[in-house]
Design a binder for this molecule. Structure first.
Ligand code: BDR
Ligand code: CA
Length: 319
C-alpha cells in the first residue's frame, strides 16, 4: 500500500520528539508537512527543535512551518520548562539544522495539503489545536477533504493533567479545541485514559542510549528530564507515551479496540471545568456503541502495549 500523506502538528516537546522520530521511521505514512504550535514551548522554538531532529535523522526534505504563537483568545503562557526543559527538548543541545522554516504558516500549509491530497490526508495533532482551528476558519472545506484527524488530547473518564479535568493540549487552547471537535470531519481522540497506560521504562531509554544512531542517542538524552517529572505520576523514573500513541494509532501499528464514536464538547468557559473534554459515554456498559451523527471516536482501549513496538521501530531506523 502506498504510504498515506500526513500533516503533522506538534509542539516539540519531548514526547513530540519521540512521535516525530517514530513517524520518520514508519513506512505506512509519508510526512507531507509539519506545522508547529505553542504548547510545551513556543511555536518558533518547536520548529527549530523539529528541524534539528529531522536533520539528525537525514530527513531534510520534510517542510516545517511555524504556526500560531498564541492561542485563539489569550497569550501563550511560556510552556512547561520543568517538564520539557527551557528549550523543549530536555535542555539537550541538538546539532543545529541548516534549514529554516517555510515562509507559509502552519495553517496555510494544512489548507494547501488538504487540497493537494483530497480524501487522503491524515492530520496528526499532538499539541494545542490552534493551527487546526485557524485552518478551519480560513477554509471550512478542509473538513471534507481531510481523511481523518488523530488527536492526542483530552481526558474522557480520568482526571486531567494541567487542571483537575483539563488535559494540556486541550486546556492550552479550549476555544480552538471546540472548533476542531465541532467541524464535520472524523476525529480520533487519543486521551489520557490510554496514553498514561503506555509507557517507556529506564531500560527502554538505556536501549536508545546504547544504539549506534546519533538520533536515538539524542532521544535518550532528551528523555532524561522527562523521566524525572514522571516520578510524581508513577513513583519511579519512566514516562507516559502520549504523543507516540496517537502516532502509532495513525500508522495502524496500534489498534483501538474500544473507541466509540460519541458526541464530544470542550468546556471553553472560564470556570473550573475549562479545558474538559466532555465525552458522552452513556449506555456503553455492554460494549462500545456509536452514537448516530457523532464523529469523534474516543479511544478507551488499545490492543497491545506501545512501549516495545515504539522501541523496535526507533532502534530499526537507519535514517
Ligand atoms: C500532552 O501535552 C504535552 O505536554 C505533551 O507533549 C502531550 O502532547 C500530554 O498531555
Ligand atoms: Ca505534544
Amino acid at each position: 500500500m502506498a504510504p498515506r500523506p500526513v500533516y503533522f502538528d506538534c509542539d516539540t516537546g519531548v514526547d513530540d520528539a519521540l512521535a516525530l522520530v517514530y513517524l520518520m521511521a514508519s513506512p505506512e505514512v509519508s510526512l507531507a508537512g509539519i506545522g508547529t504550535v505553542s504548547g510545551n514551548i513556543d511555536a518558533r522554538r518547536a520548529a527549530r527543535n523539529t528541524l534539528d531532529l529531522l536533520a539528525l535523522g537525514g530527513r531534510g526534505d520534510v517542510p516545517v512551518a511555524v504556526g500560531a504563537m498564541d492561542p485563539l483568545t489569550h497569550s501563550f503562557d511560556g510552556g512547561v520548562p520543568h517538564i520539557h526543559g527551557h528549550n523543549g527538548v530536555g535542555e539537550v543541545e541538538l546539532p543545529p539544522a541548516e534549514r529554516t522554516p517555510e515562509a507559509e504558516s502552519a495553517a496555510d500549509m494544512l489548507v494547501r495539503l488538504a487540497h493537494e491530497h483530497p480524501g487522503e490526508l491524515d492530520v496528526i495533532a499532538i499539541g494545542p489545536l490552534t493551527n487546526l482551528a485557524v485552518a478551519l476558519k480560513q477554509d471550512p472545506s478542509i473538513a471534507d477533504l481531510v481523511h481523518e484527524v488523530i488527536i492526542m488530547g483530552g481526558a474522557a473518564l480520568v482526571p486531567g493533567n494541567l487542571s483537575a479535568v483539563g488535559e494540556a493540549n486541550i486546556y492550552n487552547d479550549p476555544e480552538a479545541a471546540q472548533v476542531v471537535m465541532e467541524a464535520p470531519w472524523q476525529v480520533v481522540l487519543v486521551p489520557l485514559d490510554v496514553t498514561l497506560e503506555n509507557t517507556f521504562e529506564e531500560s527502554d531509554r538505556l536501549a536508545l542510549a546504547a544504539s549506534d544512531s546519533a538520533l536515538n542517542q539524542a532521544l535518550a538524552d532528551i528523555l532524561d528530564l522527562y523521566f524525572d517529572f514522571y516520578v510524581g505520576e508513577y513513583d519511579r523514573r519512566m514516562c507516559a507515551l502520549h504523543d507516540p500513541l496517537a502516532a502509532a494509532i495513525a500508522t495502524g501499528q496500534i489498534t483501538a479496540t474500544r473507541a466509540p464514536n460519541v458526541p464530544v464538547v470542550v468546556d471553553d468557559t472560564q470556570g473550573p471545568g475549562r479545558g474538559q473534554t466532555i465525552c458522552d459515554l452513556r449506555y456503553q456498559r455492554n460494549g462500545p456503541k456509536d452514537v448516530e451523527g457523532a464523529h469523534v471516536r474516543v479511544v478507551l482501549e488499545t490492543d497491545q502495549p506501545l512501549g516495545p513496538v515504539l522501541l523496535e521501530r526507533l532502534l530499526g531506523y537507519t535514517g
